[in-house]
Design a protein around this ligand. Structure first.
Ligand code: HGY
Ligand code: MN
Ligand code: MN
Length: 411
């Protein structure tokens, strides 16, 4: 059993077919969560899983679980998966690789006629990206009890559509209870979404930890006034204040290298008219660091500096702590199973900390969890130019197969 391999071409073909749903002109994917394209991707996944002999259940926030029976139905399942929703300018591999890589493991076990002791499940988590509805990782977070059901269902997108309305509109408001179900272990295969593996020339990343994140929402309020008659020295220009604060976010990141990350992804200026001095500006902050104390220090440095800027210009400042999760170590036994898988299949590997958040972060709070990374071209992701090689994707899938077998065949 130890030397069975997954089917590289079948995995690639599935990724390309899934990637055609929401494909963009540049070869990326725009498949936002709980849209009709998301529905189409779920329908395709469900059909493939049923063709592979799995039974598919859907829970109350749309998380999907495709179950391949094991010899002992009472054993906790070994689960692997990721997400099918993408960023608006996403790629074919972020998320879909983890879902279809796990499905490839099931298909490979079927071909080899392998019966595992424990059942195996392939999971699709709703709204991992947190782009249309924020924050990210909402489906896995609800499953892990981090977010309440009502909190999730009432989240609204920029058009005022709620998560619950969008979920039932695509018909994936499932019957199964959300969470309260034990897993033996959880593994997630994912592209690295950064440059390290490609730079090292290695096909496999053994993910030891995921860095912590703090998301903030900032509203700066000044005085909306006429761009002409208002003298410069008396202006309370919210956009000038916000732009200095956004520069400060970048400085906080640069002051906490080598591992800090600091990003302002969303900015809205009101009234957004050429000849009106902006009265109000909203922007978001995404701070990340593998060390919790430094992550807290970054948060503090920003809040202190922003208050000084607001004071100096005479602006009102409101900062909301929107989302936080601490740096997350993965389970030593699962990390070891991934390492052994890479060695068994002769794939070069290195330990790596995940810069991105993944559903695996919330699973790590529920059960032994591990992740496998593979390189992506130029480390680019959350970009339509996201690319990964057939060979690397296949290598990571072989490692996933081994890690899952290691857990699912234990007696
Ligand atoms: O933001 C993240 O790290 C993930 O891509 N949702
Ligand atoms: Mn992802
Ligand atoms: Mn992503």
């Amino acid at each position: 059993m130890r030397n069975i391999k997954t089917d590289m071409n079948r995995l690639w073909d599935s990724l390309m077919e899934m990637g055609s749903l929401g494909e963009t002109d540049k070869g990326g994917v725009n498949r936002l969560t709980l849209t009709d394209l998301d529905r189409q991707s779920r329908d395709l996944f469900k059909r493939w899983c049923e063709e592979a002999g799995c039974t598919v259940t859907v829970d109350g926030v749309g998380n999907m679980f495709a179950r391949r029976p094991g010899r002992d139905p009472n054993r906790k399942p070994v689960v692997s998966g990721s997400h099918l929703d993408t960023q608006p300018t996403g790629g074919k591999f972020d998320g879909a690789y983890g879902v279809l890589g796990a499905l490839e493991v099931v298909r490979t076990l079927n071909d080899a006629g392998v019966e595992t002791e424990a059942p195996i499940e392939v999971a699709v988590w709703t709204n991992e990206e947190g782009s249309r509805f924020s924050p990210a990782m909402m489906g896995s977070g609800a499953f892990a009890g981090v977010f309440g059901l009502d909190e999730v269902m009432t989240k609204q997108d920029s058009d005022g559509t709620s998560f619950g309305e969008a979920l039932s509109a695509i018909g994936y408001d499932g019957e199964a209870a959300v969470g309260n179900r034990e897993f033996d272990s959880y593994f997630e295969a994912h592209i690295e979404q950064g440059p390290k593996l490609e730079a090292a020339g290695l096909p496999v990343g053994i993910v030891t930890d995921a860095q912590g994140q703090r998301w903030l929402e900032v509203t700066v309020t000044g005085v909306e006034s006429h761009a002409g008659p208002t003298p410069m020295e008396i202006r309370k220009d919210a956009l000038v204040g916000a732009s200095r604060m956004i520069h400060l976010v970048n400085q906080v990141g640069m002051n906490n290298l080598p591992n800090a990350c600091a990003t302002c992804g969303v900015i809205e200026s009101f009234p957004n008219s050429r000849n009106v001095i902006p009265g109000r500006v909203f922007f978001t902050i995404d701070f990340r660091h593998p060390n919790d104390a430094i992550l807290a220090k970054m948060d503090h440095e920003f809040k202190q500096g922003a208050a000084e800027i607001a004071e100096e210009i005479g602006l009102e400042l409101d900062i909301k702590d929107f989302w936080y999760f601490p740096p997350t170590p993965f389970d030593a036994d699962c990390v070891d199973a991934v390492r052994k898988g890479a060695e068994l299949h002769g794939h070069g590997s290195m330990d790596i900390i995940s810069g991105a958040g993944h559903d695996a972060v919330y699973m790590a709070g529920l059960c032994p969890t591990g992740m496998i990374f593979v390189p992506c071209e130029n480390g680019i992701s959350h970009n339509e130019l996201e690319r990964a090689s057939k060979e690397d994707l296949s290598a990571g899938c072989d490692v996933l197969l081994h890690a899952m077998l290691d857990r699912a065949t234990r007696t």
